[in-house]
Design a protein around this ligand. Structure first.
Ligand code: SF4
Length: 373
């Protein structure tokens, strides 16, 4: 198979252009802008055996940033692998098939390393952002180990009447029910382990139908109230959630390909169908971090004009870090924390009117966005 030349797949936002116009970076300091965090083009499926052999060292990826104060308390998102095995017809992350993973040994070693522990966000760590955590061969062992190694953060958080939580996002499939049962048990046993079970947006409902059977067979855990259909599946474990993009009023149509039936069903449930959401302009240009087996990534919140995943990623290195960390940290409604030494501080969510003005005046040359209804 011929190796295709690698091309950037996302665009930097105007905030990045503006920042770079004020600072000079050596040529090549920015490797590119990508809508999926992968440095090597992924051309197709490889065998499970080969995937397990394509291992990366977790500690080595983060080593260049050890001791840099900007990164203290910054890391709240990680993926154990590059690529995802689930193959949803509409992938919110635009994930290719699985290609590389962190070795178990390096993850265990890494979560023992005080330099890495110092980089962790004091309140939460999300595992499963652009990849499926259960693809890593020893994910359960690793997650349990991470829970042990982050107990000190929970102790610190409790002193402020908060908690440190480890969130895992996994996508349900009928052939992974055994794995799911183990994760549900972990959620039952450990209240700071939060499990989010996602259901796919597929062309057919077969996976969702299988989940309905799984939920019915686990009445002690799940329930579905027809009168509260907008809430989708609910659970009897407070740290267990079912995240059903297909039903309910969670809406992710921007840059995605959703069928007319699905969009219609969302309308019936009272959801709005935003095209070029104003909300994306409220957050545009703000950043946070993601580590995966390819790099420590700067993740910039974008609009559909800049990236079909609404994220523009670039790998961080010692040359570009000093400039790129001047971008403001994202301000969510729920996670109001940011790394204490982050040079760009925390961004202020723009008010709706300003965001609307930005949307109208957005003169990006790639302005045309095809959204399929
Ligand atoms: S599980 Fe998530 S990352 Fe994987 S293909 Fe589905 S939507 Fe994409």
């Amino acid at each position: 198979m011929t190796q295709k030349p690698y091309v950037s797949t996302a665009l930097p936002t105007p905030e990045i252009d503006e920042l770079l116009s004020r600072h000079t970076l050596p040529e090549g300091a920015i490797a590119g802008w990508f809508d999926y965090p992968s440095l090597v083009p992924i051309l197709g499926r490889i065998s499970k055996e080969q995937f397990k052999k394509n291992i990366t060292d977790f500690e080595k990826i983060l080593a260049p940033f050890f001791g840099l104060k900007s990164f203290f308390g910054s890391l709240n998102k990680m993926d154990f692998s590059v690529g995802c095995s689930k193959g949803c017809h509409t992938c919110l992350a635009k994930a290719p098939p699985p290609a590389r993973m962190f070795s178990t040994e390096s993850l265990i070693r890494g979560f023992r390393n005080p330099q890495i522990l110092q980089m962790l966000d004091p309140y939460h760590l999300r595992i499963g952002n652009t990849a499926e955590p259960t693809d890593q061969s020893d994910f359960l062992e690793v997650i349990k180990f991470i829970l042990i190694q982050t107990e000190f953060l929970d102790e610190q958080a409790k002193k402020q009447e908060k908690r440190h939580r480890v969130n895992v996002y996994t996508n349900y499939r009928p052939n992974s029910e055994e794995i799911l049962e183990s994760l549900i048990e972990l959620a039952r046993d450990n209240d700071r382990f939060e499990l989010n079970i996602s259901l796919p947006v597929n062309k057919t409902d077969s996976v969702n139908e299988s989940f309905a059977l799984f939920a019915a067979a686990h009445e002690d855990t799940f329930f579905y109230n027809e009168l509260q259909a907008y809430m989708g599946y609910q659970t009897k474990i407070k740290n267990l959630y079912v995240f059903n993009v297909r039903e309910g009023n969670s809406i992710f149509p921007i840059g995605r390909r959703l069928s007319p039936e699905i969009l219609e069903s969302k309308k019936k449930l009272g959801g709005v169908l935003p095209i070029n959401r104003v909300e994306d302009y409220e957050l545009r240009g703000m950043v946070d971090l993601l580590v995966n087996p390819d790099a420590l990534w700067m993740m910039v919140y974008s609009t559909a004009h800049h990236s079909s995943t609404l994220r523009s990623y670039t790998p961080l290195n010692l040359e570009n870090t000093q400039v790129l960390t001047l971008l403001p940290w994202i301000k969510f409604y729920f996670f109001d924390t940011f790394p204490p030494n982050w040079p760009g501080g925390q961004g202020e969510r723009r008010d709706g009117e300003l965001a609307q003005q930005m949307k109208v005046s957005d003169c990006n040359p790639f302005q045309k966005v095809d959204i399929v209804y």
